[in-house]
Design a protein around this ligand. Structure first.
Ligand code: DC
Length: 216
């Protein structure tokens, strides 16, 4: 039987986690789990159904009837692929709000743990090394300056046709960093045994190569 390999990648928005994790997953032939996409899918459904963050009853009922999974790299919400609709700046804010809610975290962390215990995975998010997979064989904490992260995100949004200024993206990133780092439940922080990688000025290939070298 092949040994299980679990790689945890945490860090703030725009640090390059998902692009790098996808690349490393491909090279190693293991599954990539984007946990941010799961919070985005819940945020998207809350928005679509008009559920307020403080409406515990409606939120609980919605979560009971929510199915989130991945299939061949696509994120599936209740049977439908939602890859694109969850990547807007509006849903980024909704995801940040809903990721601070206990019932949402409980549900998603349980799914993430069961994914990580079934097979070898590379999983990225905010609390993977500290909370979801504390026994992961490898843990990395990716960072980059807020300015560089905002530049990367701004470029991505413009390519998708969103009309948004660099200043607005930078301000959103700073707000999200603050929310993610100061929330009570599983805030973003580096695990004591995680290796920190500052990706400012580095290419995707350089960071992926560094991670692969550490793993081998
Ligand atoms: O990585 P991302 O930008 O797609 O994440 C969307 C939001 O979800 C972000 O505000 C942080 C939150 N999140 C979280 O709280 N825990 C995770 N494991 C992953 C994401």
């Amino acid at each position: 039987m092949k040994a299980m390999l679990r790689i945890a990648i945490d860090g703030p928005s725009g640090a390059g986690k998902s692009t790098i994790a996808k690349e490393v997953a491909k090279k190693l032939g293991i599954d990539y789990i984007d946990t941010g996409a799961m919070y985005r899918a819940v945020g998207y459904k809350m928005k679509r159904e008009g559920i307020a963050a403080d409406d515990e009853a409606a939120l609980g009922a919605m979560l009971e009837n929510t199915d989130i999974d991945f299939a061949e790299g696509d994120i599936i919400l209740d049977g439908a692929i939602v890859n694109d609709v969850i990547r807007t700046s509006e849903i980024s804010k909704m995801a940040s709000v809903c990721s601070a809610l206990l019932p949402v975290r409980e549900k998603l962390v349980e799914i993430q743990r069961s994914m990580g215990n079934r097979k070898s995975v590379i999983m990225d998010g905010r609390d993977i090394a500290t909370n979801v997979l504390p026994n992961a064989e490898y843990k990395f904490f990716l960072t980059a300056s807020a300015k560089e992260r905002a530049q990367r995100r701004h470029k991505e949004l413009l390519q998708k046709g969103e009309e948004i200024t660099f200043e607005a993206v930078l301000s959103d990133i700073e707000k999200r960093d603050h929310n993610d780092m100061t929330r009570k439940l599983n805030p973003l922080r580096k695990a004591a045994d995680a290796l920190e990688v500052d990706t400012t000025g580095l290419s995707i290939e350089e960071v992926a190569a560094f991670i692969l070298k550490e793993i081998k």
